[in-house]
Design a protein around this ligand. Structure first.
Ligand code: NCD
Length: 337
């Protein structure tokens, strides 16, 4: 696809070659994310970061990625602090805000809303999560992480064995991830959820039709015995009618070090889009896994910055200019990036 000026709304707009292109640019962004060098390539550009649902990682990493390329970020968070609270339509908001920005990143609770916004926008729009529909940039950073983690164990993405665990009905990260994995071959996907929170049937069908082996289960231990990746997710309580309903499912698939030692292969990589629900009633990934070298959740979150830098550079067509606008890093660059 031609990335220049494109909206990034759904994984379905990509082919495998596009993914490779994004990951190649992401690799080139690593020295900037590690503060080994700095660039001003987007000096003067403005990103509108509009988050109408809670977010830490996605919002801040979009902002950091844009800043690391030298651009400025203007942020709108929550309906109550925007004119949407006065009844303004998405169309009007998009017409206006796209006049103030060079690119807009947006999260919104309604499925399809970011696409609707993009139709009226005069600048590229990147979907930071639209309801339970899609979260394409998360899926990209997840796949980038999966590939890197597998490669460090000498394994390849084609034929990988991946368990997705938790709320597969409302979890937009796993919806986008399934669509992305579907571009590759011979996956063995194990879907683990309460029956009521299973992966939408059309996504399971899509993967099976493409020759992937998909198993569905509501039992954790047998589903994580032979996998390369165990991808845990949070019960998406904001999508339920009541908190009590979400409570029925919280804590059903807890993973801790003793379960890991008993059931997982020694190199099984543990992932989670975060936030993990660490309250005692959920505790989906126990903190006793924090010293486990296969816990990749923080490497995964770090990868969000370079993948999002790559998307900005591609959409704003500056990939070839990033290295031409470098300057020295004059500050203490932190430890162990
Ligand atoms: C996810 C999301 O918002 O969909 N978080 C994220 O963006 N990293 C997952 C979640 O909230 O459970």
């Amino acid at each position: 696809m031609n990335f220049t000026g494109a909206h990034i709304l759904s994984i379905q707009q990509f082919e495998q070659a596009d993914i490779e292109a994004i990951f190649n640019v992401a690799d080139a962004m690593l020295p900037y994310a590690r503060r080994q060098k700095a660039t001003r390539v987007l000096e003067g550009a403005i990103m509108g970061n509009m988050f109408f649902e809670p977010s830490t990682r996605t919002r801040v990493s979009f902002g950091s990625a844009f800043n690391l390329l030298g651009g400025n970020v203007r942020e709108t968070t929550g309906f109550e602090s925007s004119a949407i609270a006065k009844g303004e339509s998405l169309y009007d908001t998009a017409r206006v805000l796209s006049g103030y920005s060079d690119v807009v990143c947006m999260r919104h609770p309604q499925a399809g809303s970011v696409g609707e916004f993009a139709k009226a926008s005069r600048v590229p729009v990147i979907n930071g999560g639209d309801g339970s529909n899609e979260h394409p940039t998360q899926a990209l950073l997840d796949l980038y992480t999966i590939r890197k983690e597998l490669a460090s164990n000498g394994r390849d993405i084609n034929g990988a064995r991946i368990a997705m665990i938790g709320d597969l009905k409302y979890g937009r990260t796993v919806h986008s991830l399934c669509k992305l994995l579907n571009l590759y071959k011979g996956m063995r996907i194990s879907l683990v959820s309460p029956k009521e929170l299973s992966m939408p049937a059309e996504l399971v069908e899509m993967m099976r039709e493409n020759g992937h082996q998909v198993t569905v289960s509501d039992e954790l231990s047998s589903s994580i015995t032979n996998v390369d990746i165990a991808y845990s997710t949070r019960i998406q309580e904001e999508r339920f009618q009541t908190r009590e309903e979400a409570d029925l499912y919280r804590g059903r698939f807890r993973l801790n070090q003793s379960i890991y030692t008993q059931f997982c292969e020694p190199n099984t990589v543990i992932m989670h889009p975060l936030p993990r629900d660490s309250r005692s009633e959920a505790n989906e990934l126990d903190s006793d896994l924090d010293e486990n070298p296969n816990l990749a959740i923080f490497r995964q979150a770090d990868n969000g910055v370079i993948v999002r830098m790559a998307l900005f550079a591609m959409v704003l067509d500056v990939v070839h200019l990033v290295d031409k606008h470098t300057h020295d890093v004059r500050w203490f660059p932190g430890i162990g990036r």
